[in-house]
Design a protein around this ligand. Structure first.
Ligand code: TRP
Length: 471
């Protein structure tokens, strides 16, 4: 897009809401609790927090700075500074496709649960778990909801940076916040709630291993929308007088707060109901309606509002993903916005159909050589491989291929805002973060049980790197 068409965020609040809207999504409320549950709770959460503070915030600032400095979306950003790095941007575009190959499936579940909450789901609390399993493994029903969710994304993205969705977000995000507080309040007063708190906050370090470290790191990147050029793109719309470090701090702080609140909303109730913390992707869709079911009449209303809010949180995130893929075809291939969005979405809907079916109808037919279904394949490829490597790439790029003075000028707005931690941040970006991520990535990626997926992921990156100048 040309500079004059690109537009800028109307206000500081608008930007923070958009960036936080991208960050806060299914990652916080659906994914974080079930990963914490699968990885033993406290130790995972502690390590997650460490990664957010030590790595996530700095990478977010790096992406904002690189984006605003170059004034282009992800691919152009890398290319304009050094065209051997184009592949790092393209890897981000591929990540956007792959994440959008399963994100709308889960987004569709959220939409479905708005209606299910209204039509008797909560009447039989004991059946909520089974009904979720039956729902996601059926063939057509989840596909219809996924299609609705993806369609709404297309509508928003075709019309450019939207007014409506921002307005809805401004009402629904605070509402989500309030609802989480209500659920937390209810959960904490249930019998045995203390068990849940113990699970969340007393770390059992015997659970720590390479795979768990990578899971925590991947989740930090996923939740903060990092490692694929999303925040580069958002940073490129940012005004020159905005304070980048404080924006990075606020956005990552909000995101983390929502994830922790989701944990607090789910685990005390889960232990009280005697459910399994390692229940996997169904966690929020089972525990939350069950809590509401125990509240009687008002529970139905609250459940509806909760899933509406979850849907909007998912929509603001998936819009940012769709935008990354779309802006590539607009900026780099000269396609019209409508053509880009529609083409990109066709690929995404095909991936989503395969992903949704892989949970039920095709569950017994994993992809040959890879040994997993489409849903898991896309999830593992992005969250465990591409985002972490994307994080190494953007920090190495900023640390070693962008001039230190340029970065300093960018993050301090030409010396107008003071950023006392500049040297700490710069050292982290140039040396510490690439090394730490690389170690975690090597240990973790080697430990991925599905070797075929690991090889495929690394092969994709290698091919991109080799052909970088042609991309
Ligand atoms: N962060 C979002 C969530 O937690 C998902 C998301 C949006 C994302 N944009 C992204 C993840 C870019 C990785 C990269 O739901």
């Amino acid at each position: 897009m040309k500079k004059e068409q690109r537009g800028q965020w109307g206000s500081r609040f608008g930007f923070i809401m958009a960036a936080a809207g991208s960050a806060v999504g299914l990652g916080n409320i659906w994914r974080f609790p079930y990963l914490a549950g699968e990885n033993g709770g406290g130790a995972f959460i502690l390590i997650y927090l460490l990664f957010v503070v030590l790595i996530g915030m700095s990478v977010m600032l790096t992406e904002f700075a690189v984006g605003r400095m170059t004034d282009t979306a992800a691919v152009g950003s890398f290319r304009s500074i050094d065209n051997r790095w184009t592949f790092a941007g393209v890897l981000g575009v591929i990540s956007a496709f792959f994440i959008m190959g399963f994100y709308p499936v889960v987004g569709g579940w959220a939409v479905a649960y708005i209606f299910k909450s209204a039509t008797g789901l909560l009447a039989a609390p004991d059946a909520i778990g089974d009904s979720f399993g039956a729902f996601i493994t059926s063939a057509w029903e989840p596909l219809v909801w996924t299609a609705i969710f993806l369609f709404l994304n297309v509508v928003v993205v075709v019309r450019g940076i939207s007014k409506g969705i921002e307005a809805a977000g401004k009402i629904l995000m605070p509402m989500l916040f309030v609802l989480l507080i209500i659920i937390i309040g209810k959960g904490l007063t249930l019998p045995n709630a203390g068990e849940g708190l113990k699970f969340l906050f007393s770390p059992d370090f015997s659970k720590v291993n390479g795979e768990m470290l990578l899971a925590a790191l991947g989740q930090a990147f996923f939740s903060l929308s990092l490692g694929m050029g999303c925040m580069i793109t958002y940073g490129s719309y940012l005004k020159k007088e905005e304070n980048l470090p404080s924006n990075a701090f606020i956005v990552s702080g909000l995101d983390t707060l929502v994830a922790l609140m989701a944990g607090l909303a789910i685990f005390p109730a889960l232990f009280s109901f005697g459910m399994e913390p390692a229940a996997g992707p169904g966690l929020v869709f089972v525990v939350v309606p069950t809590i509401f079911a125990k509240m009687g009449g008002i529970g139905v209303v609250l459940s509806i509002i909760f899933f509406v809010a979850l849907f909007v949180a998912a929509l603001t995130s998936s819009v940012s993903l769709l935008e990354v893929a779309t802006s590539y075809f607009i900026d780099e291939r000269g396609w019209s916005r409508a053509k880009s969005v529609v083409s990109v979405s066709i690929v995404m809907i095909i991936l989503c159909i395969l992903a949704s079916l892989s949970l039920g109808v095709m569950a017994e037919m994993p992809i040959p050589l890879l040994g997993v279904g489409t849903f898991d394949l896309l999830d593992i490829l992005t969250d465990k491989i591409f985002l972490a490597i994307g994080g190494v790439l953007v920090t190495v790029f900023a640390g070693w291929f962008v001039k230190k003075e340029d970065l300093e000028r960018e993050v301090t707005n030409n010396g107008e805002v003071s950023f006392g931690l500049f040297n700490v941040w710069y050292t982290l970006v140039k040396y510490v973060i690439p090394v730490v991520i690389s170690i975690v990535a090597v240990v973790g990626i080697m430990g991925i049980a599905q070797k075929g997926v690991m090889i495929l992921g690394l092969a994709i990156i290698a091919v991109l790197a080799i052909f970088s100048k042609k991309l």
